[in-house]
Design a protein around this ligand. Structure first.
Ligand code: KIV
Ligand code: NA
Length: 267
């Protein structure tokens, strides 16, 4: 998958078949997801999912580069995009270029994603005119949790709804080739998808979008608590618990390993 291939999936304001995106942070998970997805996102959600951090705010460039490189090694078909971590791009377009070019060089990814609307438009324009494809991210922007005061859905008031639409338009006009819309009311998602020429990838943003993304660990049922917009397609926490429980029991009872798992001289 290439940036123009993703971009051109939306023609005359419509996408025939929704785009499929999931998060990946490791090589092996990328290998498993790659055949099924148009895009893999190395999300800064790895802060919570992999590192146990309280939010995405403390995530570093080093973390994004290390996991981005691992995911690129595990994918052949899907376009890999890497999140720019908080503090690595907001200062100026020049700062954003230095950070984003480092991410691209160190990981081999095809695009970066950054959060923000109108305020980030000059930065998105700067990057896209210098060879860095950008995915926008509007609505609920988790890196701004300390300003927003939580992770609740956005676009509940008329002012907020208008702002999200303005943000999406500005990000698309600045050159983003697709936009993630997170945690927005259905009506806003519909308006944004209609108003903007590039694919809108929703997460907690209704079926009205041009594609969907979820955090893979959420949809696999690896967490007890997930947001309302997550559908669980598997119950991996229970499966892992059962497998590990059986392993522990067999080690303690000496049922594992047996001759099958043991190196012995040939008879
Ligand atoms: O960090 C992340 O995983 C994301 C997606 C959920 C859109 O930004
Ligand atoms: Na993110």
């Amino acid at each position: 998958m290439t940036v123009p291939a993703i971009r051109s999936r939306k023609k005359d304001g419509k996408t025939d078949q929704p785009l499929v995106m999931l998060t990946a942070y490791t090589m092996r998970m990328a290998q498993l997801l790659d055949p099924h997805c148009e895009m893999l996102l190395v999300g800064d959600s790895l802060g919570q999912v992999i590192y146990g951090l309280p939010s995405t705010v403390p995530v570093t460039m080093e973390m994004m580069c290390a996991h981005g490189a691992a995911v690129v090694r595990g994918s052949w078909h899907a376009l890999v995009a890497v999140d720019m971590p908080f503090g690595s791009y907001e200062g100026s377009p020049e700062q954003a270029f230095a950070s984003a070019s480092r991410v691209m060089k160190e990981t081999g990814c095809a695009a970066v994603k950054l959060e923000g609307g109108e305020a980030m438009a000059p930065t998105i324009d700067f990057l896209t005119h210098r060879g860095i494809p950008v995915i926008g991210h509007v609505g609920l922007t988790p890196q701004a949790v300390n300003v927003l005061g939580g992770y609740g859905a956005r676009g509940k008031s008329a002012d907020e709804a208008k702002k999200i639409l303005t943000d999406a338009r500005a990000v698309a006009d600045a050159g983003a080739f697709c936009i993630v819309a997170e945690g927005v009311m259905e009506q806003i998602a519909e308006q944004v998808t209609e108003a903007v020429g590039v694919p809108i990838i929703g997460i907690g943003a209704s079926p009205r979008c041009d594609g969907q993304v979820l955090v893979t660990e959420d949809m696999l049922g690896l967490f007890e608590r997930t947001p309302r917009f997550v559908k669980r397609y598997a119950d991996m926490a229970t499966e892992i618990g059962a497998a590990v429980g059986q392993y522990a029991e067999e080690v303690r009872s000496r049922a594992f390993p047996t001759g099958d798992q043991t190196y012995r001289p040939k008879e």
